[in-house]
Write a protein that binds this ligand. Structure first.
Ligand SMILES: O=C1C[C@@](O)(C(=O)O)C[C@@H](O)[C@@H]1O
Length: 227
């Protein structure tokens, strides 16, 4: 069933679907990193957990481990057909290169939401550039996701500003600043409109720099949301 991103979705990010029972108390979904898993399609085929899945098969050129070939996108298509998969994640760069349009169409035919993502592992782009990236991604998918690398609090402010501006313009976005300086963005970005947070069940299994563990992020988001 298509995942609804009209309110915040906390995703337990993992390469191992056997994490799902441990994530149930705190997460709304599981992000299954196919690129980090062994035999991911077998794991998907036998998945019988309660939480809906977000299927991601991140290419090496975007910080993941999947080879840049047709098999990467084929696996995402297979994932999109699975009932438990409520959303797939496709890189904006793959869509701009013209590789991934078929995956998006396929997901839509199967009632699966599409997250269009961009990662900057070097820094935080200028606010105008972030705004442009988010609006282009939201034109192509259901959620526009932008993960940047913050070097200081100013970078986080820029990201939060871009998040709020996009949200008030009617875009559905998910944003986070990677790295130590950006860590708190993961807790506060939902207050500015970010609709997805990612956290590993076990901090040793982080899928990006600066992530909180799942229970910590769930607690922070909940308490900040109460104000
Ligand atoms: O794109 C994202 C966001 C992320 O990079 C993060 O910073 O939490 C973690 C990834 O697993 C996920 O696919």
């Amino acid at each position: 069933m298509e995942t609804d991103f009209s309110s915040f979705v906390l995703a337990a990010a993992t390469a191992d679907l056997s994490d799902e029972p441990a994530a149930r108390d705190d997460a709304d979904a599981v992000e299954f990193r196919l690129d980090l898993a062994t035999e991911p399609l077998d794991a998907l085929a036998t998945y019988d957990g309660e939480l809906p899945l977000i299927a991601t098969n991140r290419a090496t050129w975007e910080g993941g481990e999947a080879a840049d070939d047709a098999a990467r996108l084929d696996a995402l298509e297979v994932a999109a057909e699975h009932d438990a998969v409520g959303a797939i994640d496709v890189e904006l760069a793959a869509l701009e290169r013209g590789d991934a349009a078929g995956v998006v169409d396929h997901a839509r035919e199967h009632g699966t939401a599409v997250i269009v993502s961009t990662h900057d592992f070097e820094g935080t782009p200028h606010r105008d550039a972030m705004a442009e990236t988010l609006s282009e991604a939201s034109r192509l998918g259901d959620v526009a996701k932008l993960a940047v690398t913050a070097e200081g609090a100013g970078d986080v402010l820029d990201l939060l500003g871009a998040t709020w501006a996009a949200t008030t313009a009617g875009e559905t976005v998910a944003t986070m600043a990677m790295g130590e300086a950006g860590r708190h963005s993961r807790a506060v970005a939902p207050l500015y409109g970010s609709r997805i947070g990612y956290a590993p069940v076990d901090p040793a299994d982080a899928t990006a720099p600066g992530q909180y563990d799942l229970a910590t992020l769930a607690g922070l988001v909940e308490r900040l949301g109460d104000v």
